[in-house]
Design a binder for this molecule. Structure first.
Ligand SMILES: [Fe+2]
Length: 385
């Protein structure tokens, strides 16, 4: 019998007004917080001021570090660390999408550990514990608030580095769906497709098992129930709640199961062509699914059913194909590009992108189908359109 692992060490507070719970939890973390946000509109959301006010009532000072750009790099993280040290922060709050939360994770760990951040790339290379960390997502896709991964740019080849360590788990995730209401439709769609890609890739991953599959199937179903609605009406409370849940549950699934080829390829596209992570996943997902179908037909059959497809009377391979049809049907109604060509990716770059993705042995090894370099080239050519 196989031995399985389940990682679920993050305390989660979920629901409308969940943000208010920060007071009772933060009391035990210290007297000064570094609040890490993006350099865009997130920093001026009213919730930032209310966090400051609530913590002030607890005698906790907040210093704002709002210089995190999309796909944060090592230099930004070091700047955040310097700011935190200057003012004497005891704990860190990551507030925003995946970029500020990932930056906050590495700032929290770097505050307690000396060394070159680039040397922490990979699994289990972070030397020691982090400062206490709270993550508060304002998008619905990354799931970073419940995972042990941070993606930071600035590796030796200019690649996106996945830093993977149990020291990166936040102590607390506060998931308040109201914070996602201000997302425009395109960002809602892109981040939502990231959540769906987490659900699909973790479900078919080699390390998935019953608890992670329950999470990934539920997450996939929630995306199919609510993503289109959330894109059409930004204040549809039920749809926003459903997408916040989907993002969190898919994150819980993949932090144990791992991901696959869509993520290996989308990291290469993000590093070299600045394609937003969710957009790259949306374009790649159906092509990666089709490539993988024969290696995990039963898992794809389960996904097809969770996505609302009628699979009665079909063989496992036929039913599995329905999962791809479902994803293509969803993409057809979302405000997203459908091909790499539309994203301006030159066909001449296919080989180098595939070579970069091929170096991601962690994601290739969790993907259900073994791959050689030519397979990745083939998937990218299909996605080129
Ligand atoms: Fe992702």
């Amino acid at each position: 019998m196989a031995v399985h692992l389940l990682r679920f060490p993050v305390q989660v507070v979920f629901g409308e007004e969940a943000i208010r719970e920060i007071r009772s939890f933060a009391r035990s973390f210290g007297k000064h917080a570094l609040l890490v946000t993006g350099d865009g509109p997130t920093a001026s959301l009213p919730a930032v001021e209310s966090i400051r006010e609530m913590l002030a009532e607890e005698g906790i000072a907040v210093s704002l570090f709002s210089e995190v750009k999309s796909d944060p790099d090592v230099e930004t993280v070091e700047k955040g660390v310097a700011t935190a040290r200057e003012v004497g922060c005891d704990f860190v709050i990551g507030f925003g999408g995946g970029s500020p939360m990932d930056a906050a994770k590495v700032i929290a760990v770097r505050l307690n550990n000396e060394g070159d951040i680039a040397s922490w790339e990979g699994v289990g290379r972070v030397p020691g514990r982090a400062k206490p960390l709270i993550c508060i997502p304002t998008t619905s896709g990354t799931g970073s608030e419940v995972t042990w991964v941070a993606v930071i740019s600035g590796g030796k080849r200019g690649q996106k580095m996945s830093i993977v360590s149990h020291h990166l788990y936040p102590v607390l995730a506060i998931v308040d769906p109201r914070l996602s209401y201000t997302m425009p439709p395109e960002l809602t769609a892109a981040t939502g497709m990231d959540a769906l890609t987490h659900a699909v890739e973790s479900h078919v991953a080699r390390k998935s098992w019953e608890p992670t599959r329950a999470l990934s199937l539920k997450a996939a179903g929630l995306v199919f129930s609510y993503l289109e609605r959330a894109c059409q009406d930004d204040s549809d409370a039920e749809a926003r709640r459903g997408m916040s849940l989907a993002s969190m549950m898919a994150g819980m699934a993949f932090t144990t199961s791992g991901l696959g080829l869509a993520h290996a390829l989308s990291h290469a596209l993000g590093a070299h062509f600045k394609v937003p992570h969710g957009v790259a996943n949306a374009v790649l997902l159906p092509h990666v699914m089709r490539f993988n179908l024969a290696s995990a037909p039963e898992a794809y059959r389960e996904l097809a059913a969770a996505m609302g497809m009628d699979t009665a009377g079909l063989s496992a391979p036929q039913a599995a194909e329905k999962a791809v049809e479902a994803v293509e049907g969803l993409l057809a109604v979302l405000p997203l590009p459908r091909t790499l060509r539309e994203l301006g990716i030159p066909p001449s770059s296919v080989e180098s992108l595939a070579a970069e993705a091929f170096l991601n042995t962690r994601m290739r090894s969790s993907n259900p189908r073994d791959t050689v370099l030519e397979d990745l080239i083939g998937v990218l050519r299909e996605a080129m359109g």
